[in-house]
Design a protein around this ligand. Structure first.
Ligand code: SF4
Length: 444
């Protein structure tokens, strides 16, 4: 593998008196082992950094001293500003899913990796980790709703039907927001993983293989990527909503029947992100008519992306925020915590930033929301994870191994045996390494 993607500071500042924007979780949402930390946190007088930081220091500092350079903390940009800044405060990194996935492989000296984000991101780190590295998630119930609509038991039977019909002509491109089991499917079919920042490169590469592409799980990113590449959208076919039950590939399954499926260049799994599908072209129009520049994430619907001034990954959006000039006005269509963090940054530099769905007009019903599942990682989870690791008593349910399947409601886990996991890691790594090769060959 080549060079490490640089992770720079998010630039987010926590000001001592500005309240933290994290909603408290009810005590019974915490694992038993984490409840003592949650009780202390809930008893703090308020949620300002002036109160939270000294409390968190009591647990984080001894863990940092104990593990020294062996410890690596990572978080995603969609976490609330407090976790982002807390992780950075303790020497950790905040990044998008592409850069996060590479951290274990690029830093073999880090033996204990603690992740505050969703499960698939921690699993992606685990897939590329060595046997000497262990990966922990601060809350195993932090799932991604898009991934929850594309569990292996939903997708693999459909993939089997497609392989039966198209044989080696089928290639799977798996968005990073998938379990390792689907990344392994991509590897087995000669495909690759992609992220929102490199989906156009990966799909372009897949087209050049001359195969039919199964794109999982986000239909919107798949469609937007096809549009960006100038593909004929009549040959981009979406499978039925996976919430409607098991999918049988017959004439009733897709519009145009099996003939449309046979003619398709790309088949889209029907999942989506609830956070990014609240946006409409009317939202975009409203802000643009008032002089705002609209930038959106490509998990948004096609008509939103087409109407916007720019589209791109979390990394692209954050860069746009950091490079905006005083007086600029940006309406951003993505996850709510991200936009809140961005607004704080903009405010300090005279840049106005709003959430695309937060329109002060009652005829618009939707309001911008954050990723509720990712926010299940909060300060007590971080404090507890670090403290329990230091004491040598971390709950095994917080350990993340490649191939783990976690029920986000109950935290019940289905873990592969060693042989199955070895096979999965081989196939999933193949698809991730192919993504890395394609991305680095493009010089991005
Ligand atoms: S914002 Fe949407 S796609 Fe991203 S982690 Fe949350 S649910 Fe998943």
């Amino acid at each position: 593998m080549a060079s490490t993607p640089t992770i720079q500071s998010s630039g987010i500042h926590l000001e001592p008196e500005i309240p933290i924007c994290q909603t408290d979780l009810p005590l019974d949402w915490y694992q038993e082992e984490f409840k003592p930390y949650a009780e202390e946190y809930l008893a703090l007088p308020d949620r300002t950094p002036a109160s939270v930081l000294p409390w968190l220091d009591r647990y984080a500092r001894p863990a940092l001293d104990h593990f020294g350079d062996d410890l690596m903390l990572v978080a995603h940009f969609y976490m609330g500003g407090e976790i982002v800044k807390l992780v950075e405060r303790y020497g950790g990194s905040v990044a998008d899913s592409y850069a996060l996935a590479l951290q274990a492989a690029r830093h073999p000296e880090k033996k204990v990796i603690v992740e505050s984000a969703v499960h698939f991101m921690a699993e992606a780190i685990a897939i590329l980790a060595s046997d000497e590295q262990s990966v922990w998630i601060t809350n195993p119930k932090a799932g991604c709703t898009m991934e929850m609509l594309a569990k292996d038991w939903m997708v693999l039977p459909v993939a089997d039907q497609l392989v039966e019909r198209y044989g080696d002509d089928l290639l799977c491109v798996a968005y990073m927001n998938t379990s390792g089991r689907l990344k392994a499917l991509a590897g087995r079919t000669g495909g690759a993983v992609c992220t929102s920042s490199n989906a156009h490169l990966v799909v372009d590469w897949a087209r050049k293989q001359g195969k039919k592409i199964l794109f999982v799980p986000d239909q919107h990113l798949g469609r937007n990527t096809a549009d960006r590449l100038g593909m004929d959208l009549s040959r981009v076919v979406a499978l039925p909503d996976p919430q409607l039950g098991a999918i049988h590939l017959d004439d009733a399954a897709v519009e145009g029947g099996l003939a449309a499926l046979d003619a398709a260049e790309m088949i889209l799994w029907g999942s989506y992100c609830g956070v990014h599908t609240v946006f409409s072209a009317e939202h975009v129009k409203w802000w643009k008519e008032r002089g705002w520049t609209v930038l959106v994430h490509p998990e948004s619907p096609l008509e939103v992306v087409r109407a916007a001034d720019g589209q791109g990954s979390t990394h692209y959006l954050w860069k746009a925020v950091m490079e905006a000039q005083p007086g600029d006005k940006l309406a951003i269509g993505t996850e709510g915590h991200f936009v809140r963090n961005a607004r704080e940054q903009g405010r300090q530099r005279g840049v106005e930033i709003v959430h695309l769905a937060d329109i002060p007009d009652r005829s618009f019903e939707s309001a911008g929301c954050g990723c509720a599942t990712m926010s299940r990682n909060d300060p007590p989870h971080l404090a507890g994870m670090l403290d329990l690791l230091r004491k040598g008593t971390p709950p095994d349910i917080n350990r993340v191994l490649a191939g783990d399947n976690v029920d986000e409601r109950t935290a019940a886990r289905d873990r592969l045996d060693d042989t199955e996991r070895r096979d999965l890691v081989r196939d999933a790594r193949r698809s991730m390494e192919r993504m890395i090769e394609i991305t680095e060959a493009a010089g991005t």
